[in-house]
Design a protein around this ligand. Structure first.
Ligand SMILES: Nc1ncnc2c1ncn2[C@@H]1O[C@H](COP(=O)(O)OP(=O)(O)OP(=O)(O)O)[C@@H](O)[C@H]1O
Ligand SMILES: [Mg+2]
Length: 238
């Protein structure tokens, strides 16, 4: 069985169906990106994995356990952490307090401060601003904080949603470099939603293309980058 398996998942919101029988699987250590237009169902997929969006039918398995139907906090406890779309940091709390909120699965305070220092090593800018209110930081810094917060639960799988949204390319590159480091050095598996196609294909080893709640193409990122569909529609090449 794979590290993560999504099997024939149907999910939606009220009468609207957002995912029409989506299946995908990931191995440990992989970097997978989900590409697709607005409303294609990218966030819905990661929300199904993190337990924020219930499945109507189908199954989700993580490391041999069937997790669909589980409460989100139990899924975090298994080692699945989400960097949500729009960052969602707490603006009236300091950087430090925001990070601590990500560590609710950790009871041991010594371990907690060790992981905090790890996050500060990865993001020196957060370290410099540890007492600053999160809401007063730049968009890029807030995104770093959102990634840092997700690391506080010592995840095995990170789900990230639109890291690049509204940020300057250099900052985005910086954050993805840190995620690549986390993947390569700490062995954390990454499932990334990324609407910037060029970036999605660069940072991932495997890519799935979504259209209207269905996966319409999948493959190694370098092959997907050469496919006609991806080149014409998503990379806007002739
Ligand atoms: N809270 C909600 N209530 C009703 N419909 C929703 C809700 N969230 C998403 N949808 C619908 O579900 C479908 C898939 O949405 P989803 O957010 O997964 O797309 P996405 O690929 O992440 O898009 P984007 O790139 O704009 O973030 C869309 O048709 C959307 O309108
Ligand atoms: Mg989305």
């Amino acid at each position: 069985m794979s590290f993560l398996e999504i099997k024939q998942v149907v999910a939606g919101y009220g009468p609207a169906v957002a995912l029409h029988g989506v299946s995908l699987s990931m191995e440990k250590g992989q970097r997978v990106s989900l590409l697709g237009a607005n409303g294609a169902g990218k966030s819905s997929i990661v929300n199904v994995v993190s337990g924020l969006l219930p499945v109507r039918s189908g199954e989700v398995w993580f490391q041999g356990e069937r997790i669909d139907g589980w409460a989100a906090h139990r899924i975090v406890g298994l080692g699945v952490s989400q960097v949500p779309e729009g960052r969602l940091v707490f603006p009236k709390m300091t950087v430090w307090e925001n990070l601590e909120l990500g560590a609710t699965t950790l009871k041991d305070t010594v371990q907690k401060s060790r992981i905090l220092e790890q996050v500060f090593d990865l993001f020196p800018r957060l370290s410099e601003r540890r007492k600053q209110m999160a809401g007063t930081m730049s968009g890029g810094e807030q995104q770093m904080l959102a990634v840092g917060r997700s690391l506080m639960s010592q995840p095995k799988l990170i789900l990230s949603d639109e890291i690049s949204m509204g940020l300057a390319p250099l900052v985005v590159r910086d954050i993805y470099d840190t995620l690549l480091h986390i993947n390569q050095e700490l062995g954390v598996t990454l499932l990334m939603v990324e609407q910037e196609a060029k970036l999605a294909l660069e940072v991932a080893d495997t890519c799935h293309l979504l259209e209207s709640g269905r996966i319409v193409a999948s493959g190694p990122a370098d092959e997907m980058a050469k496919s006609e569909l991806v080149r014409k529609v998503y990379l806007a090449e002739d």
